[in-house]
Design a protein around this ligand. Structure first.
Ligand code: NAG
Ligand code: NAG
Ligand code: NAG
Ligand code: NAG
Ligand code: NAG
Length: 390
């Protein structure tokens, strides 16, 4: 009897445990085998130290529809861990700076209510996808604080241009820098070329009668001659047949002082040279081996020339006839004087232009009509070239 009762109690207890277990298991959606059924679960993991959502993809969590992850340490959300039936996602107060494209695509499909405030969003071009996604009127935003950029501007009140300027900052800097460098180089090269070729430029302006105010230099006082020509008798042919006719017949016409023609017979040579230099705006030295031997070699000439070179060096024009005489032929004094000036080569293609530029610029010539000047100058050039060839 007693054993029968005991067996009945045991059976009853076993049944009771079984019923309780069944009841419990049907009541708990996550821990029972019925977790696949249609339940809605809110999972609140607020105020923890969670850095990853890994694990939430497991079937036990498939009924989670509201996921609250506020105030955790999430820096990145991998959409493959998110429950499939998400209706609300609260990730406010985390360390999120961006959303990946795939996460946005996932959220675009499930379209849960979002809470994204309190994250250090980096509002730059990488955030444009999230920005456009959130501006879609279909989006549901939890009625909480606005989404602030880490520079404390509300993300959704920015324009797309402000968020991601089409002309980007680095590009602007690069453009400005390269433009500056280019302009600087242009300026430097321009200055150098103008400086280097200033003589040629001025001669060109003078020849073409343009911008004369740049080059106009008028002689302060009127003198008897425009130029005194100092040369060796052995170079007489060049002086008489080419140089003097060129100077006396061109436009403007120059008055030339030649020693064989204008010197007073019997006076001291040194006085005559000094007087001629004094009476002339320019002193033209025909530099050749003959000059070095026959003129510079004579003490009177040398003294007078040295004086002139010292006192009025800018008024001296040196025309090299033929080759520049070898340095060994020149004495130190001559070398020193000649080193400070530019030679005009008598066979240079623009010899006459350069010479006329170096000569005084008479005022009446500077303001003459251009057309007339050009014609006569052309003739004069032909004539000069013809003479030079003979
Ligand atoms: C859950 O059930 C409700 C009503 O019973 C239905 O409207 C909803 O679509 C179901 N959801 C899923 C994911 O089966
Ligand atoms: C979570 O933390 C915030 C402050 O960080 C506090 O205001 C809030 O009450 C906390 N919530 C819970 C549920 O502990
Ligand atoms: C989920 O959150 C929404 C609001 O965000 C709320 O209306 C809904 O009742 C919540 N669902 C559950 C199951 O808590
Ligand atoms: C997201 O998680 C899946 C599954 O663990 C992994 O294969 C994938 O590389 C992860 N994506 C990123 C961007 O970390
Ligand atoms: C969201 O989905 C719609 C269609 O389902 C699509 O037209 C739209 O481009 C998608 N948006 C994003 C940001 O993926």
């Amino acid at each position: 009897m007693a054993s029968e009762r005991q067996a009945l109690v045991a059976l009853w207890l076993w049944l009771a445990v079984l019923t309780l277990a069944t009841t419990l298991s049907s009541a708990c959606p996550i821990c029972s085998k019925n977790f696949q059924s249609n339940y809605s679960v809110t999972l609140n993991l607020k105020n923890n130290s969670i850095t990853s959502l890994e694990g939430l993809q497991r079937p036990e969590y498939s009924n989670v529809v509201n996921l609250t992850m506020a105030n955790n340490y999430l820096k990145f959300i991998n959409e493959s861990y998110l429950p499939r039936r998400l209706q609300a996602l609260d990730v406010s107060g985390n360390g999120l700076t961006h959303f990946s494209k795939s996460l946005i695509a996932f959220l675009n499909v499930t379209n849960p209510t979002l809470s994204l405030s309190g994250n250090p969003w980096l509002c730059d071009c990488q955030l444009v996808d999230l920005y456009t996604f959130l501006r879609d009127p279909l989006r549901k935003m939890a009625n909480s604080h606005p989404i602030m950029c880490d520079n404390s501007e509300p993300l959704l009140s920015l324009t797309e241009e402000q968020l991601c300027p089409t002309i980007q900052q680095p590009m602007v800097v690069v453009t400005i820098a390269s433009t500056t460098v280019f302009l600087f180089l242009f300026f430097v090269l321009g200055t150098v070329s103008v400086y280097k070729y200033q003589q040629n430029i001025k001669v060109w302006f003078y020849t073409h009668q343009m911008c004369l105010w740049v080059i106009a230099k008028e002689e302060a006082d009127k003198k008897k001659y425009d130029a005194f020509i100092s040369y060796s008798n052995k170079d007489e042919e060049y002086v008489n047949n080419v140089l003097v006719p060129g100077l006396e017949s061109g436009e403007p016409k120059y008055r030339v002082c030649l020693h064989y023609r204008d010197w007073v017979a019997g006076d001291y040579i040194q006085n005559q040279i000094n007087q001629s230099i004094e009476d002339s705006h320019r002193t033209i030295v025909i530099l050749s081996s003959n000059f070095i031997e026959n003129v510079w070699g004579q003490i009177e000439f040398k003294t007078a020339h040295s004086k002139a070179l010292k006192e009025k060096s800018k008024n001296i024009i040196v025309i090299v006839l033929g080759q520049v005489p070898p340095e060994s032929e020149m004495d130190e004094e001559l070398k020193l004087y000649l080193s400070t000036r530019t030679y005009l080569q008598s066979d240079h293609p623009r010899f006459w232009e350069n010479l006329r530029y170096a000569m005084p610029h008479p005022q009446e010539f500077l303001y003459k009509k251009r057309a007339k000047t050009k014609k006569t100058e052309g003739l004069q050039m032909v004539q000069a070239n013809g003479k030079a060839g003979s």
